[in-house]
Design a protein around this ligand. Structure first.
Ligand SMILES: Cc1ncc(COP(=O)(O)O)c(C=O)c1O
Length: 362
């Protein structure tokens, strides 16, 4: 019998629980493009309230949510300031340029974290040669930063500076609820520092599909137009909104369990010769670790690990990412920890003479 893999590639891989499927089955629906879907309307009202904003818009994905935010804040020829490893800049196909004619000025942070001093002086002068600086976009928690919860005082300072200088602010809060649970700082408190916030229901919260863009009523009305333009107007979408509502009601507090599991994995990494953590902090559900070149590349290591039934992803030539979530339990985490140690020992014992790592593994 095939053994079920322990899938730590992402927190997007979760499948709806039976309680969530029951909520989906029971959902009242209507045509949401006419504004008639009661469940989508209920979700939008609830997430807006939880984030302390006037309005929200349910959209198919986090990428669409971020890109609609860029579109409502910026005109062609304007520029976004963001951290260099962020999702908006790296993993959305340059949607800001393709869809909105907007430029990005990435600034290298530390594990996804920027501080205000790095941004001061970056606002462009009014000059016909230059793009216009328009938006500051932050990400919390920060995916490439290893699930880092941003420092609250930094967020406050950057946001206050942006506002004083007439810049709009957006938060990619795909995993905002992980930050809330890890920091004890409420969602509306984090959100108060941004004009718009994107949150995902389909990551740690365990819903199958969907994100929301949250903000002032006039911007969200404009966002609704752009959602239609980008092909995100959906019809009886209450079946998805019901899953998102179920996730909000049942899957937020339990994120603490995912965070504890990530710490267990991190401890196993530290205890394994040849593996190490680039940062001594594992704040939430993401563990990014380094594989020593003596064990081969990250691609080699993850393929050997997969032979032991544990799936993680290469996150750089020597970096691996593991993400904990609703569909992995404590026993599976223990098994994954054992597999890490066994795989590292097996890779260390391999004869790599004559193998050039680039051609053999990447
Ligand atoms: C930080 C962050 N923002 C946005 C997204 C995009 O979400 P989606 O895959 O729903 O487009 C992701 C996806 O992993 C993410 O990690």
């Amino acid at each position: 019998m095939a053994v079920t893999p322990i899938d730590l590639r992402s927190d997007t891989i979760t499948r709806p629980t039976s309680a969530m499927r029951a909520a989906i089955a029971a959902a009242e629906v209507g045509d949401d493009v006419f504004g008639d879907d009661p469940t989508a309307n209920a979700l939008q009202a609830e997430i807006a309230e939880r984030l302390g904003k006037e309005a929200a818009l349910f959209v198919p994905s986090g990428s669409m949510s971020n890109q609609i935010a860029v579109r409502v804040h910026c005109r062609p020829g304007e520029e976004i300031l963001c951290e260099a490893g962020c999702h908006v800049y790296n993993y959305e196909q340059g949607g800001y340029a393709q869809l909105s004619g907007v430029a990005v000025r990435p600034v290298e942070g530390e594990f996804g974290e920027l501080c205000l001093d790095q941004l001061r002086g970056l606002i462009r002068a009014e000059n016909e040669h230059l793009v216009r600086t328009r938006l500051v976009s932050l990400e919390n928690t920060h995916n490439r930063g290893g699930g880092r919860v941003l420092d609250y005082a930094n967020v406050q300072a950057i946001s206050a500076w942006a506002r004083q200088n007439g810049l709009a602010t957006h938060l990619d809060g795909a995993r905002l609820f992980n930050a809330v649970v890890a920091s004890g700082i409420a969602a509306d408190q984090w959100a108060s520092h941004f004009d718009t916030v994107s949150v995902c229901f389909s990551k740690g919260l365990g819903a199958p599909v969907g994100s929301a863009l949250v903000g002032p009523r006039d911007l969200i009305a404009e966002a609704r137009r752009h959602r239609k333009l980008f092909g995100g107007g959906m019809r009886q979408v209450g079946i998805l909104a019901a899953a998102a509502l179920h996730a909000l009601h049942n899957h937020v507090d339990r994120l603490a369990e995912d965070h504890a599991h990530a710490k267990e994995l991190a401890a196993a990494v530290c205890a394994t010769p040849g593996l190490s953590l680039p940062s001594d902090r594992v704040d939430t559900n993401i563990v990014v670790f380094e594989v020593s070149p003596q064990l081969g590349t990250s691609a080699h290591f993850t393929s050997r690990l997969a032979e032991r039934g544990v799936w993680m992803i290469p996150f750089g030539p020597q970096l691996v990412r593991a993400v904990t979530h609703l569909d992995v339990n404590g026993e599976q985490i223990e098994a994954a920890c054992r597999a890490l140690a066994e795989t590292a020992a097996a890779c260390a014992a391999e004869d790599r003479t004559g193998i050039t790592m680039d051609s053999a593994y990447v």
